[in-house]
Design a protein around this ligand. Structure first.
Ligand SMILES: [Zn+2]
Length: 113
Protein backbone atom coordinates (compact mmCIF):
# COMPACT_ATOMS: atom_id res chain seq x y z
CA UNK A 1 0.00 0.00 0.00
CA UNK A 2 0.99 3.62 -0.23
CA UNK A 3 1.57 3.84 3.52
CA UNK A 4 5.16 2.73 3.09
CA UNK A 5 6.12 5.52 0.69
CA UNK A 6 4.23 7.97 2.85
CA UNK A 7 6.03 6.80 5.98
CA UNK A 8 9.40 7.24 4.28
CA UNK A 9 8.41 10.78 3.38
CA UNK A 10 7.27 11.51 6.93
CA UNK A 11 10.49 10.14 8.42
CA UNK A 12 12.52 12.30 6.05
CA UNK A 13 10.62 15.43 7.09
CA UNK A 14 10.93 14.56 10.77
CA UNK A 15 14.67 13.89 10.57
CA UNK A 16 15.46 17.07 8.67
CA UNK A 17 13.33 19.06 11.11
CA UNK A 18 15.06 17.41 14.07
CA UNK A 19 18.45 18.09 12.54
CA UNK A 20 17.57 21.75 12.03
CA UNK A 21 16.86 21.95 15.77
CA UNK A 22 20.00 19.98 16.63
CA UNK A 23 17.86 17.46 18.45
CA UNK A 24 19.30 14.36 20.05
CA UNK A 25 16.03 12.45 20.02
CA UNK A 26 12.59 12.74 18.53
CA UNK A 27 10.03 12.00 21.22
CA UNK A 28 6.72 12.62 19.60
CA UNK A 29 5.36 13.21 16.11
CA UNK A 30 1.93 14.68 15.59
CA UNK A 31 0.28 13.86 12.31
CA UNK A 32 -2.84 15.30 10.82
CA UNK A 33 -4.77 12.48 9.24
CA UNK A 34 -7.69 13.27 6.99
CA UNK A 35 -10.63 10.87 7.09
CA UNK A 36 -10.50 10.51 3.30
CA UNK A 37 -6.72 10.18 3.06
CA UNK A 38 -7.04 6.41 2.83
CA UNK A 39 -4.17 6.06 5.28
CA UNK A 40 -4.40 3.31 7.86
CA UNK A 41 -2.76 4.69 10.99
CA UNK A 42 -1.80 1.24 12.29
CA UNK A 43 0.10 0.41 9.10
CA UNK A 44 1.80 3.76 9.17
CA UNK A 45 2.88 3.25 12.79
CA UNK A 46 4.14 -0.23 11.98
CA UNK A 47 6.22 0.96 9.03
CA UNK A 48 7.51 3.85 11.07
CA UNK A 49 8.85 1.57 13.81
CA UNK A 50 10.54 -0.44 11.10
CA UNK A 51 12.27 2.31 9.13
CA UNK A 52 13.01 4.64 12.07
CA UNK A 53 15.27 1.99 13.65
CA UNK A 54 18.77 3.32 14.05
CA UNK A 55 17.74 6.94 13.55
CA UNK A 56 17.12 9.55 16.24
CA UNK A 57 13.40 9.06 15.64
CA UNK A 58 13.51 5.47 16.80
CA UNK A 59 10.84 4.84 19.43
CA UNK A 60 9.09 8.15 18.84
CA UNK A 61 5.40 8.22 19.70
CA UNK A 62 3.06 8.82 16.80
CA UNK A 63 -0.01 10.83 17.58
CA UNK A 64 -2.80 11.07 15.03
CA UNK A 65 -5.14 14.01 14.90
CA UNK A 66 -8.12 13.04 12.81
CA UNK A 67 -9.41 15.61 10.42
CA UNK A 68 -12.98 15.65 9.14
CA UNK A 69 -13.31 16.11 5.40
CA UNK A 70 -14.68 19.36 4.02
CA UNK A 71 -16.67 19.54 0.82
CA UNK A 72 -17.73 22.38 -1.40
CA UNK A 73 -21.24 22.89 -2.74
CA UNK A 74 -21.28 24.61 -6.14
CA UNK A 75 -24.94 25.56 -5.78
CA UNK A 76 -24.70 27.23 -2.37
CA UNK A 77 -21.09 28.32 -2.91
CA UNK A 78 -20.04 27.22 0.50
CA UNK A 79 -17.86 24.69 2.24
CA UNK A 80 -19.25 22.26 4.72
CA UNK A 81 -18.05 19.43 6.89
CA UNK A 82 -18.75 15.97 5.55
CA UNK A 83 -21.51 14.16 7.42
CA UNK A 84 -20.85 10.65 8.72
CA UNK A 85 -22.83 8.83 6.07
CA UNK A 86 -22.82 10.90 2.91
CA UNK A 87 -21.25 13.69 0.93
CA UNK A 88 -24.39 15.77 0.47
CA UNK A 89 -24.73 19.49 1.13
CA UNK A 90 -26.68 20.05 4.37
CA UNK A 91 -28.50 23.04 2.82
CA UNK A 92 -29.59 21.96 -0.68
CA UNK A 93 -28.85 18.24 -0.65
CA UNK A 94 -26.65 18.32 -3.76
CA UNK A 95 -23.50 16.28 -3.97
CA UNK A 96 -20.54 18.47 -3.04
CA UNK A 97 -17.08 18.17 -4.46
CA UNK A 98 -14.03 17.26 -2.41
CA UNK A 99 -11.59 19.86 -1.20
CA UNK A 100 -8.05 19.10 -0.05
CA UNK A 101 -9.18 19.19 3.54
CA UNK A 102 -9.63 15.68 4.82
CA UNK A 103 -7.52 14.04 2.11
CA UNK A 104 -4.05 14.74 3.39
CA UNK A 105 -1.71 13.21 5.86
CA UNK A 106 0.86 15.72 7.06
CA UNK A 107 3.33 16.27 9.90
CA UNK A 108 1.88 18.92 12.20
CA UNK A 109 4.74 19.17 14.65
CA UNK A 110 7.37 17.18 16.43
CA UNK A 111 8.70 17.12 19.97
CA UNK A 112 12.42 16.71 20.37
CA UNK A 113 14.99 16.82 23.12
ZN1 LIG B 1 -25.79 23.28 -1.31
Amino acid sequence: MHEFALTEKILKIVLSEAEAHQARRVQKIRLLLGELSGVVSDSLAMYFNLIAKGTIAEGAVLEFNREKARLYCETCRMEYEKADRDFLCPVCGNLGRLTDIGRECIVQNIEVE
